[in-house]
Design a protein around this ligand. Structure first.
Ligand code: LLP
Length: 441
């Protein structure tokens, strides 16, 4: 485990996060438990904001990609740090508004937004809608007309850069349900179409090349391609994009296979991007665009851990040792979906030596319900508290009630204080929307 200011081993040999002993947290709140370290979230939000302030004259806005973790408290934190957010559904938008988030700092994404979602976006006055289809452009134009407003929009385009964790590939034609490709002319064509729509105000372009990316050059390449596109559009249509949204995607540390990045490294990633944009603006004689970035995982991912209690242990000699925990794919589906890797630690005895490799199994009725496979651990027994690290992004947000398990409680820790930000569900919550048709008696 790589230690940092807020995640460390305390004098009792227990894991500590945000000044709270994880064994105490497990006792007080029960497990499984999502724990979020407020200081880390704020530090990351600030890192991005300050980089734009210092290196780009404050000419931009950080949008927290709230798909990574959406709840009222996180919108409060983002707002208090002076950053905006992006949302991808009516549900995220509603949650943000419930937290009093300023509409102007919300950008609405999605490849197939519903008419209701688009109506809500226009009605509430969001800062921008990222348009991803002709259908959406036309519907949005109609809604804006009916409301008597001009809706700010960006177009999602594909620069033809596909990024993978440590590498990228350049593709001539992008096979993606998202965006319009630059290389085959569809990005240009939708631009000409949107410029004819009187009730839409085209601010600029958006691209997002992937997630959990460490390859800096891929971000730079994408930015270069979008800036070239902006220049091309200006030359041909006499329209100069005022805004460039470069998406999210910066990677985080899950296991020792991943680099350990500090806030300085993230600032450096962003600075490289900014330098590329400045150079391209110079080359093409463009004004510097207002810069939007959309980090999600890198703001909340390492801020979060999940605590579990060990239950059954099944040792199949010569094959595998399964250590079952009281969670599973219903609260963290990422192994089941992506074979994602995690670091697992014995939170109640951090100094114990790792002597074995075990597979952490969930409690769902499904063989593929695993959290981590063949991970090093010390000897463990029922009742031990395990912590899975870097679970702050895309865990709670992808949780479900599979097998009618509860989505766990989430707490926020800071300076030794722990507060609930999402309550634990109850059996009553599970049946709240169930209806028995009368004829079933
Ligand atoms: N902007 C757009 C348009 C996106 O699609 C995404 C993520 C982000 C920003 C934020 O990217 P980040 O900084 O978090 O990498 N469920 C998957 C991740 C899906 C990411 C989807 N888009 C996972 O658990 O790994």
């Amino acid at each position: 485990m790589h230690q940092r200011e807020t995640l460390k081993i305390n004098g009792k040999g227990h894991l500590e996060i945000g000044g709270c002993d994880c064994v105490d947290l497990a006792k007080q709140f029960g497990t499984p438990l999502y724990v979020f370290d407020e200081k880390y979230i704020r530090k990351m939000a600030r890192t991005y904001k300050q980089t734009i302030d210092l290196n780009y004259g404050g000419n931009g806005l950080v949008l927290y990609a709230s798909k990574a973790f959406s709840c009222k408290a996180i919108y409060k934190i983002a707002d208090s740090e002076g950053i905006g957010c992006d949302v991808v559904s009516g549900g995220e938008l509603y949650t943000a508004f419930q937290a009093g988030f300023p509409a102007k700092k919300i950008y609405f994404h999605g490849n197939n937004k519903t008419v209701e979602e688009l109506t809500e976006a226009v009605k509430s006055g969001v800062g921008g809608v990222i348009v991803d289809s002709y259908r959406e452009a036309d519907i949005l134009d109609g809604i804006a007309k009916a409301k008597g407003v001009r809706q700010n929009v960006l177009i999602r385009i594909n620069p033809g850069v596909e990024a993978h964790t440590h590498a990228y590939i350049q593709t001539a034609r992008t096979d993606s349900k998202f965006g319009f490709s630059i290389s085959d002319g569809t990005a240009y064509n939708i631009t000409t179409h949107i410029l004819t729509l009187k009730n839409l105000n085209l601010q600029g372009f958006h691209c997002h090349i992937g997630s959990q990316i460490f390859e800096k050059q891929s971000f730079v390449l994408a930015a270069n391609k979008v800036m070239d596109f902006i220049a091309d559009v200006k030359a041909k249509l006499n329209f100069e994009a005022a805004t460039l949204n470069i998406g999210g995607g910066f990677g985080i540390h899950y296991t020792d296979d991943d680099p350990v990045l500090t806030e300085k490294d993230y600032a450096e990633y962003l600075t490289m991007l900014i330098d590329a944009i400045k150079a391209k603006a110079g080359e093409h004689k463009l004004s510097l665009p207002y810069l939007l970035i959309e980090p999600g995982r890198s703001i909340v991912g390492e801020a979060g851990i999940t605590l579990y209690t060990v239950g059954a242990i099944k040792d199949i000699p010569g094959i595998k040792k399964y250590v079952a925990i009281d969670g599973g794919m219903f609260e963290n589906p990422r192994y089941a979906l992506y074979q994602s890797k995690y670091t697992v630690v014995k939170a109640n005895d951090m100094n114990a030596e790792c002597t074995q490799k075990v597979t952490i199994a969930g409690k769902c009725c499904e063989s593929g319900d695993l959290i981590a496979v063949d991970v090093p651990l010390p000897e463990v027994e029922s009742g031990d508290i395990l912590a899975v690290l870097s679970t702050g992004a895309y865990n709670y947000s992808m949780a479900s009630n599979y097998n009618r398990n509860f989505i766990p409680q989430a707490i926020l820790v800071n300076d030794g204080k722990a507060e609930t930000i999402i309550k634990k569900q109850t059996y009553e919550d599970l049946v709240r929307n169930d209806v028995i048709p009368e004829r079933l008696g």
